[in-house]
Design a protein around this ligand. Structure first.
Ligand code: DGY
Length: 324
């Protein structure tokens, strides 16, 4: 039997990151890159010392409680960990780590991309052109909304929200308001002249663009629902790079179809990879397939960060990024 800890990567990683893990551990790769089902994840709990899942793997209580458990560490490939039942992991003494910091800028870039695509109607324009329907330049063609001097309301003000605020404030001259569980230090607010808004409702009513940056999970489930969508300006834009469950997709599709809000840019969905059919039918929404951290360098950095956590754990040192 191998003396090296047994480690399972549930999906393909970049070559560089896979090589680093394989140099130190007895690694099983997922060459086919197919998501593992619950039975395979349960079997993995019995067979591996560490499992490295992604957002597509539901590491729930039933899986963690698999009898004959061998797993000691869940080294998540990603910063969000709402797909892992961390309370159960903690109760069972299974450690959990994640990959903060390394995907902050890449994800903030994508929030800005969605803001620009939605406000400048980029998806609509490309579909028109590729569909052979472009009849040429005219003054009233596909007019959008400029971001300059508009108000950006951020829900959640962690690393990614702050990086988005920096781009929006210093790049586009947007006013920044934010809501989060806790008000941040005044030095952080000062970076973008950000104003804390205590009630989500007030933020929604006063923002031209609302960008979501809170964690997923039960606490934020349908935080943006029909009632709150009604509070937004009819010219408003909703951007979601956080988790799909934060938004009631059916209510959003209705709000967009009726013109209750102007447009939206989404990277995450309630039931990925399924997208609400009401959204798919609309022109005034940009739909990206969960690309927030999808650059080669960032995905490699995420893998390296998982490796650092595993190496620390199996060397008996503190985890670099402990969740529990
Ligand atoms: C993250 O890091 O949370 C990304 O959304 C992928 O899981």
């Amino acid at each position: 039997m191998s003396a090296r800890p047994r480690v399972l990567l549930t999906r393909r990683w970049t070559d560089e990151a896979e090589r680093r893990l394989a140099s130190r551990f007895d690694v099983t790769l997922n060459d086919k890159d197919q998501p593992l089902d619950a039975a395979a994840l349960s079997a993995a709990v019995r067979e591996y010392d560490a499992i490295c899942p992604t957002v597509t793997d539901s590491i729930n209580a039933a899986i963690l409680e698999t009898p004959g458990r061998r797993v000691k560490l869940i080294g998540n490939f990603g910063v969000g960990y709402n797909h892992i039942d961390v309370a159960t992991a903690q109760r069972l003494g299974i450690r959990v780590s994640n990959t903060p910091d390394v995907l902050t800028d890449t994800t903030a870039d994508l929030a800005i991309l969605l803001m620009l695509m939605a406000t400048r109607r980029a998806g609509e324009g490309e579909r028109e052109l590729r569909g052979g329907k472009w009849t040429g330049w005219r003054p009233t063609h596909l007019m959008g909304l400029g971001l300059q001097d508009r108000t950006l309301g951020l829900i959640g003000y962690g690393r990614i929200a702050q990086a988005t605020a920096r781009r929006a404030h210093h790049g586009f001259g947007m006013r920044i308001v934010y809501n989060s569980r806790r008000r941040v230090a005044s030095a952080i607010e000062a970076e973008c002249n950000a104003t804390y808004v205590e009630a989500v409702e007030d933020l929604l009513a006063n923002s031209d663009v609302v960008s979501l940056h809170c964690p997923g999970g039960a606490e934020t489930h349908h935080l943006i629902d029909a009632r709150r969508l009604r509070l937004m300006k009819p010219t408003a834009v909703l951007v979601n790079t956080a988790r799909g469950t934060v938004v009631d997709e059916g209510a959003l599709a209705d709000a967009l179809a009726s013109g209750r809000i102007a447009t939206a840019g989404l990277d995450v969905y309630e039931r990925e990879p399924v997208v609400h059919p009401g959204l798919l039918a609309l022109e005034n929404v940009v739909l990206l397939p969960h690309l927030g951290s999808a650059t080669l360098e960032t995905r490699t950095a995420m893998g390296m960060r998982v490796a650092e956590n595993l190496e620390a754990f199996f060397d008996g040192k503190p985890l670099r990024d402990p969740v529990v």
